[in-house]
Design a protein around this ligand. Sequence first.
Ligand code: BES
Ligand code: MN
Ligand code: MN
Length: 457
Amino acid sequence: MKDLKNYIETNRERFLNELFELLRIPSISSKEAHKEDMIKAAEWVKDKLAADGAENAEVLSTNGHPVVYADKMVDPSLPTVLVYGHYDVQPVEPLELWKSKPFEPEIRDGKIWARGADDDKGQMYMHFKAFEYLNSTNQLPCNIKFMIEGEEEIGSPSLGAFCEANKEKLKCDVILVSDTAMIAKDFPSITTGLRGLSYVEVKVKGPKRDLHSGLFGGAVANPINILCDMISSLTDEKNRITVKGFYDDVLEIPENERKEMAKAPFNLEEYKKELDIEEVYGEEGYTTLERVGIRPSLDVNGIWGGHTEKGAKTVLPSEAHAKISMRLVPNQDSKKITELFGKHFKAIAPKSVKVDVEFLHGGEGYVAPSDTVEFQAASKAFEETFGQKAIPVKSGGSIPIIALFEKALGVKSILMGFGLESDAIHSPNENYPLDNFFKGIETIPYFYKHYTEMKGK
Ligand code: BES
Ligand code: MN
Ligand code: MN
């Protein structure tokens, strides 16, 4: 790659300034109040792709937030890589825990601090700059398409229909994504597994109004007490999920794959230290990497009801609420799990309360083989810049569109993530090391080169 390092060095400041413009747009997809910001971010992405040399850049409307598309077709006989990323971000609360404001990006300690710095604005932007370099130096080895969405953080609800309706436009040989993490610093990783997701909100309703906890306490079911009982019964003493039928479709991973996973450079002591916990916790019989990579899980994401303001109020509340996410492994179906959960949750409720279960969003898991051209090409690309082969990693996170792509377009994805576990995505103080950002820009062009060479043979 001619002058690649030099190109990055010369344009360092500009790359960061551009990314900061995007980071300043509070494109929180889950909040109605940010609808305008979503459009602003989409327009910004479209303009940048055009400025970087892509053609046909457009903002396409969907049933939800818009999708940005652009391409550069150099020769129809060459392979086509579709780059996927998302311009939406997660909410930022609690604000008081941020050391600098989430939408006022800052560089401290060699890292970019902002919501979206890693997930996924920073990682997505590496692709724009890698493309800018290849295009402006006339070195594009293959055709490139971009599809950047704005609903990833809410489960990509409009994208199934969008892919079905735009099959021709999205036609490609492989999908390239940087929206995952490396297993450890300096250990390039290719994600070969993602978990699926079923996300529900539950409501437990007791008496028709809040009651005096003295006059009624002990005689009427307290929905918060009941909800807590119900939630705690969702896992057993082995930390297995008790929802009837939950494990029916879970595939046990063969022993040799578990042995492979155990070789990953994962340090449990450092993991505990980084999270400031004395001990890890999870399903009996599985390691930490297995618990997130190949086993399902169930977590309460939020729980509320009753009196939560300062001071005491003696009240027996009328309602209790919780948001619950279930991470699923490939072969579990998120719709089926949501149904099983709904049935189970209603069945375990005592007669003294009424229960409502609402499905918020979900998506399917994904498995990628490691014996493919794209895996080899990605691994070679990493070798060029990290001096080391990539490690296949099963991640606990979810990217619902990846399974949709496979279903609608019949195309596999290659997940070359440059994030770190310490980047605090979805948390206060999200950050992205400058090293990872620039290393990403340097690595991506090699993927196109090796992929085109290997695919052509
Ligand atoms: N980029 C993440 C997923 C991820 C992060 C995968 C790190 C692997 C390693 C993505 O933006 C994300 O957060 N997805 C959501 C999906 C959900 C809201 C449907 C998730 O996993 O919670
Ligand atoms: Mn992401
Ligand atoms: Mn995310």
